[in-house]
Design a protein around this ligand. Structure first.
Ligand code: C2E
Ligand code: CA
Ligand code: CA
Length: 523
């Protein structure tokens, strides 16, 4: 069964519609959150990868640039400080990454771009620098030797000469890669690590690398240097999750409300009855009623069917009830009149004259001012002098109406017979049998089903059949489904039998075929 049909089956009351809408809204919410979390997490991961690549290439370029600036200064180590000091100062000033350049001879810094001639032990200045390595990079803490705060120190060895080289302190403030990271709100900090020392963006001190938070978002080592970067933060910050929940909730409320509106206007059968009439979604099926004595077709009962293009068959139990609830039963019955009169013009060629055609009428319609004209219009539209008419009226409401007798009289004056439908399901029905002039008593399916069970219902059924005989009322047994039921009913002198045992309700084509077959067996 398609989902839409299932929904229709259940979407018959505002409360049910509200539940369905809430379920759809909640499902949407869960789907939205799962999907957006997956998408955002994936996008962020890509972004972080890209950030890593950018930072890495930036660091490589910076270090290459520094080496290019510093390498031509290596030959100056042979010379005295006053001879080269000016060149050192201008190189340090020209390169934005450089703070200070120091020339080192035999492990002793003897010339500074900042202060000129000095004498400082490299082991004191930068205790972790390996002076016998070609290049080295280390973090030095905020000491008296580096009063401007922690720095990154680059070592460039003079080729072939251990402990001779250039020591340069780098400008950390100018590292745009650090700033770059802050453009992404989910990046909370960056740590720069050399050896067992680390410097973070959230503290201004060199700390042991072991003190760094575990599980960085991303990390990379600059190729060729003992220098690593760690990125910290959340792939999904709490703020983003809240935002997603809020957007999801608002959208889910909109979807739920939209569903509620749609279901209310579209899926509640009563609401869309007028639309269905306009679009020709109703048709009539006819169930044969069998003469208990001759076994021939005594009449037919017209039953409305609604075939929705998406939702399929909608039960008359649902749409008749809805039509009555929403005051649409009158337009619906008028439509039934139209459909029956159209069918009747085809049917008259295949059916015996005098065939009874029964229509179910709602008590609401009978009491409406338009009832008389509606019936007259219908009678005028029917093929003349072919069918006999029966109006089937449920006992429940009609008989308790004050002017019921008047209406019944008028119906009889139009040569229409009256059947009291679903007999046995209402209250005080027996009293009214004498009071009003009915022609047929249609005994409800529930009584027929009790046949063979010897329950109280069969005793009542027996009494009803006897009473009907005394009142000269014809009886129609509804919903006869087994041979046993039929035999029992015939033995109790029921006038007519109707039920699946004889025929299901048939559409016009099948009904024509039914009558053609019956004519064939008779002739
Ligand atoms: P109803 O007037 O009692 O109609 C007889 C119902 O019993 C029909 O159901 C028919 O298909 C079903 N039926 C016939 N034989 C058997 C059988 O052997 N076993 C079982 N289980 N069912 C059988 P349907 O067509 O579903 O109609 C249900 C009810 O809807 C009708 O009950 C009637 O009250 C209402 N209805 C149908 N068409 C119209 C209509 O055009 N106008 C009005 N006002 N009510 C209608
Ligand atoms: Ca009926
Ligand atoms: Ca009935």
């Amino acid at each position: 069964m398609p989902l839409s049909t299932k929904i229709t089956r259940y979407a018959t009351t505002p409360r049910k519609i509200a539940w369905i809408s809430a379920a759809i809204g909640s499902t949407f919410f869960l789907l939205f959150i799962t999907l957006s979390l997956t998408i955002v997490t994936h996008k962020r991961a890509l972004l972080h990868d890209r950030l890593m690549v950018t930072m890495h290439s930036y660091m490589l370029n910076t270090l290459y640039d520094l080496k290019t600036t510093l390498t031509p200064l290596l030959p100056y180590i042979q010379q005295s400080c006053p001879q080269v000091n000016h060149e050192l100062t201008s190189q340090a000033a020209l390169n934005r990454h450089l703070n200070m350049i120091l020339l080192v001879r035999n492990g002793n810094a003897y010339c500074s771009s900042a202060t000129g001639a000095v004498s400082l032990d490299v082991n004191v200045l930068s205790p972790h620098t390996y002076q016998n390595k070609e290049t080295d990079i280390t973090l030095v803490p905020d000491t008296s030797a580096h009063p401007r705060g922690p720095s990154l120190v680059l070592w460039l060895k003079q080729p072939g000469k251990n402990k001779n080289g250039i020591l340069a302190t780098l400008n950390l403030d100018f590292m745009p890669s650090f700033l770059l990271a802050y453009r992404y709100q989910e990046i909370q900090g960056v740590a720069l690590v050399t050896g067992d020392k680390a410097l973070t963006t959230w503290g201004n001190q060199v700390i042991p690398a072991t003190d760094l938070p575990s599980h960085p978002l991303r990390q990379f080592t600059v190729s060729g240097y003992p220098l690593s970067f760690f990125l910290y933060g959340d792939t999904l910050p709490v703020g983003d999750i809240y935002l997603m929940l809020l957007v999801g909730l608002l959208l889910a409320i909109s979807v739920g409300s939209g569903c509620f509106l749609l279901l209310t206007t579209q899926y509640r059968p009563g609401r869309s009855i007028l639309m269905a009439i306009k679009r020709g979604q109703f048709h009539v099926v006819y169930q044969p009623i069998i003469d208990a004595i001759t076994g021939r077709t005594y009449g037919i009962e017209a039953l409305l069917r609604w075939t929705h293009p998406i939702r399929g068959q909608i039960s008359p139990e649902i749409f008749i009830h809805q039509a009555e609830e929403q005051n649409l039963i009158i337009p619906l019955t008028r439509h039934l009149f139209e459909l029956v009169s159209q069918d009747a013009h085809r049917l008259r060629h295949f059916t015996p004259t005098g065939l009874r055609i029964g229509l179910n009428l709602s008590p609401h319609h009978l009491l409406a001012a338009s009832f008389y004209s509606d019936v007259n219009i219908w009678l005028a539209a029917m093929p003349p002098a072919h069918f006999n008419y029966v109006f089937e009226i449920t006992e429940r409401t009609m008989v308790s109406e004050k002017n019921a007798a008047e209406i019944f009289d008028w119906i009889h004056q139009q040569n229409i017979q009256i059947a009291i439908d679903d007999f046995g399901t209402g209250h005080s029905a027996l009293i009214y049998l004498e009071k009003f002039s009915f022609d047929y008593l249609k005994i409800d399916r529930d009584f027929i089903q009790s046949i063979g069970s010897e329950t109280e219902a069969t005793t009542v059924l027996d009494a009803v059949l006897n009473l009907a005989k005394q009142l000269n009322l014809k009886t129609v047994a509804e919903g006869v489904a087994t041979r046993e039921q039929a035999t029992w009913l015939i033995s109790r002198h029921v006038t007519c039998l109707q039920g699946y045992l004889f025929s299901y309700p048939l559409n016009i084509q099948k009904l024509i075929a039914y009558f053609q077959k019956e004519q064939g067996t008779l002739s």
